[in-house]
Every structure is written in structure tokens, then in C-alpha cells.
Design a protein around this ligand. Sequence first.
Ligand SMILES: Nc1ncnc2c1ncn2[C@@H]1O[C@H](COP(=O)(O)OP(=O)(O)OP(=O)(O)O)[C@@H](O)[C@H]1O
Ligand SMILES: O=P(O)(O)OC[C@H]1O[C@H](OP(=O)(O)OP(=O)(O)O)[C@H](O)[C@@H]1O
Length: 213
Amino acid sequence: MNLKIALTKGRVEKQVIPLLEKAGIDCTQLRNKKRRLIFNSTSQPFEFILAKGPDVTTFLERGVVDIGIVGSDILTEHRNSQYELLDLQTGKCQFVLASTNDFDPDEPKRKIIGTKYPNITKDYFDTLGQDVEIIKIEGSVELAPLIGLTDAIVDITETGTTLRENNLKVFDYLNKVSTRVVVNRMALKQHPQEIFEFVDQLKKVVTEEKALS
Ligand SMILES: Nc1ncnc2c1ncn2[C@@H]1O[C@H](COP(=O)(O)OP(=O)(O)OP(=O)(O)O)[C@@H](O)[C@H]1O
Ligand SMILES: O=P(O)(O)OC[C@H]1O[C@H](OP(=O)(O)OP(=O)(O)O)[C@H](O)[C@@H]1O
């Protein structure tokens, strides 16, 4: 039986492929891909399906893949209810509340917040006991306070370059983010041995990488 593994394309995929290879999993097809979306590993019975993060959670929920490799930002935002088995310690970044210098987080008015992550943003302001208006932005979230669309943003930062280059300041730090291995509950019942073998292979590599850093 082939384990079906949905891998988030883009940043996540680029950082995860070297880990898979260190775990002895052949990724030649994945590395040499052009527009293909489904790949087999020649070394083991794995099928890799490349997809956008939110779709990885949909595939897991609907049980069409056994395993998903996806950022914890996406899992939290999409209220994932499957089992998280491993933190790969890659794709590390953090949510922040950011805005222009003149933003006053304590000003007693209903704020307008721009974000790609409305649920995470709502949860954050709920814990502060603040009711805010959220505007969903699809990309370049940093533009929102700069063009006067919102008072502030909740977005991911890694190096801080985008915030710095756009003269935005961090007003608060929220959840940290990293790439996780998640498994569909039913798949875990049906193929526990194959799934734990895959996760254990990766776990060893993550431990080795941690010892080296
Ligand atoms: N600096 C970062 N900015 C955004 N996401 C990051 C960053 N570092 C790691 N990540 C992780 O990578 C994932 C996003 O990857 P990527 O930017 O390739 O996809 P995307 O957000 O769909 O972007 P695009 O729409 O531009 O393709 C996030 O879900 C997060 O887990
Ligand atoms: O702190 P940094 O290292 O600068 O990284 C943070 C930036 O990266 C992400 O955007 P992405 O590159 O995914 O593009 P997007 O704005 O189109 O989503 C994120 O939304 C920030 O804009």
C-alpha cells in the first residue's frame, strides 16, 4: 500500500525535501518537478501530493491523504482536528501585531485589522477582550496600514525584513509557527505501522539536526 502524503508547496516543500532525503527517502521526482503535482518515491512506497497549505488540511479532513506536512499557522487557522505527530522545526516564523509608528494599541476605539488569518486574529483580540473589525487580505498584508485601509495587521514575520523595509513596528508577539506532520485519524487506525515508520524516520533526522544546531 502507498502512503499518501500531502506536502505544502513553496517554502515548506523547499525546507522539508532535504529532511526527507536525510531520512533516506528518494525525492528525485520532487526535486525535478516542473508542473507535475503527484510524485512517487522510488525508495519507499510513498506518494507525494503537492498542494497549497489550506488544501492540505482539506485533504486530511476528507481522508483522501494519510499524512499532511503543513505549517502550524494553517492548522490553527483552519481548526485542524486530525492528529499532529511531529514538529519538523522548519518553516519557523511568528505572528505579530504590527503597524505604523503612530498606532496606539491602547486607544479606546474599535480597531480595523488586516490579515490573511482572520480566525487567529479574532482569537488573539478575543483573549484581549477587544472586539475588532477584520479585513481579509490575500497577500502583501503590510500594505494595509500603509495605505490607510486598516489600523494594524496580524501577519507572519521571519527575518523582519518586510516590516523594516516598510517602516512598520511590532506592537505584540503572538503564536510561533513551524512545520508539522499531521495524520488522518482513520489512516492511523488502518496503517499504524507504515505511518509510525515514516514519522520515526523523520523524528531521527529532526533530533540529529537539533543536535547540530
Ligand atoms: N516568512 C514567512 N512568511 C510566510 N510563511 C512562512 C514564512 N516562513 C515560513 N513560512 C511557512 O510557509 C508557509 C507559506 O509558504 P509560502 O509563502 O510558500 O506559501 P503562500 O503563503 O501560499 O504564498 P504564496 O501565496 O505567495 O504562494 C506558511 O504557511 C508558514 O507555515
Ligand atoms: O519577516 P520576513 O522574512 O520579511 O517575512 C515575512 C513576509 O513573508 C510573508 O509573505 P510572503 O513572502 O509569503 O508573500 P505574501 O505577502 O504575498 O503572502 C509574510 O506575509 C510577510 O510579508
